[in-house]
Write a protein that binds this ligand. Structure first.
Ligand SMILES: [Zn+2]
Length: 292
């Protein structure tokens, strides 16, 4: 799933290639992906892409003040195409193609653009055509962006204070902090040497400062690694940069202990017992509930 660093990189990638170009058309193939109807998606045709930005994990294409907002969800991806002029029209069906954004041809006659795809059967990729990005409910409810200057250790202290949820869940909650998902919350907690099950409100000031540093540094490093990469190379880069996420059974880079996995919410999390939980493996709550 693309998280803040990947979406930030995709925004930069699109900014370089699409800004200044005219939108020929946006073809929505997966009808259920389009969450808005007014203005219609056809209103984007003929407008110029004037900016590309990111809100949390949302991509925002500003087209002369009309916004195409994209959420790639868990299995969505963006594929740049140097020339879509020969692309065949696609009928709605079961394929991975959700939408195609076609841009006007350049002097050489190439009509570039990009395709949004979504693997698997659970279709969650979402598209919105709005006059203001804040009209998208998921954007309006976003918590602070962890890369913003205003996201200080004090700001984090206000967030965790009185919050009785487990820190892993809190980091993933888009309404609390924007842009962090399952992968980077594992990475942040490993960097902060903190148990994912720790209750947010029990953090000391020193632990909040460590967590703040881990959040900012982990995301900044990932953004830096992803910067300038082509969209097609981003997934491999994300995978190679992860230290605990999806690495259960492999040795921890820091201490050599074996990285473990435990179920959490709708998926699973990975962590290093020596670095994060005083050497003790976490109990799998889902499993223990079943055994009761
Ligand atoms: Zn370790």
């Amino acid at each position: 799933m693309p998280e803040l660093p990947e979406v930030e990189s995709l925004a930069g990638f699109l900014r370089e290639r699409a800004v200044g170009r005219t939108v020929l058309a946006v073809d929505v193939v997966a009808i259920q992906a389009l969450k808005t109807f007014d203005p219609p998606v056809s209103a984007l045709g003929g407008l110029t892409v004037t900016g590309v930005s990111r809100h949390g994990k949302f991509l925002d294409l500003d087209c002369d003040g009309l916004h195409l907002v994209i959420h790639l969800a868990r299995a969505g991806w963006l594929r740049w195409r140097d020339d879509l002029s020969g692309a065949r029209p696609v009928r709605p069906g079961k394929g991975p193609l959700a939408a195609r954004v076609r841009l006007a041809p350049d002097e050489e006659g190439l009509a570039p653009g990009f395709e949004l795809t979504e693997a698997g059967t659970q279709k969650r990729l979402a598209l919105y055509v709005v006059r203001d990005p804040a009209e998208v409910p998921g954007v309006a409810s976003l918590g602070p962006d962890p890369l913003a200057e205003t996201f200080t250790a004090d700001a984090l202290k206000r967030i965790v204070g009185g919050n009785r949820t487990q820190i892993k869940g809190l980091l993933r909650d888009q309404k609390v902090i924007a842009g962090i998902g399952n992968a980077y919350s594992d990475e942040v907690l490993h960097a902060a040497r903190m148990s994912p099950f720790k209750i947010a409100s029990t953090l000391t000031d020193a632990q909040i400062a460590d967590l703040h540093e881990a959040i900012v540094q982990t995301l900044r490093e990932a953004v830096e690694r992803a910067r300038g990469l082509a969209a097609k190379d981003l997934k491999a880069e994300k995978k190679s940069g992860l230290r605990v996420h999806n690495r259960a059974g492999q040795p921890c880079d820091v201490c050599g202990d074996t990285i473990r996995e435990v179920s959490f919410a709708d998926s699973s999390l990975q962590y290093c017992p020596t670095c994060q939980t005083g050497g003790k493996p976490l109990a799998d709550r889902r499993l223990s509930r079943l055994l009761k």
